[in-house]
Design a protein around this ligand. Structure first.
Ligand SMILES: [Zn+2]
Length: 81
């Protein structure tokens, strides 16, 4: 019974944790990444910073990673015909 309660608690907490941080930035390169980007593994823990959305990262002065492109759907940046 106790094990069931622990599993239930983890299942309830996981979505909340995964939504809390959706993007990662590097204080050294000033770039931000999608959670699945492999470049995150290259960022040292002391240089990592988390963002909840791309707008928050950009307002903090970070630019999107060229590999995972977290901000390819920016409003007002449609390609010329
Ligand atoms: Zn990236």
């Amino acid at each position: 019974m106790r094990r069931f309660l622990v599993i239930l608690a983890v299942l309830l907490l996981l979505p909340a944790l995964s939504q809390a941080v959706t993007y990662w930035g590097s204080t050294k390169s000033k770039t931000y990444h999608r959670p699945a980007c492999h470049w995150i593994n290259k960022i040292k823990k002391q240089h990592r910073v988390s963002f909840t959305d791309p707008a928050e990262a950009r307002s903090a002065g970070y630019r999107p990673c060229e590999t995972c492109l977290p901000a390819t759907r920016e409003p007002g940046r449609t390609p010329a015909p």
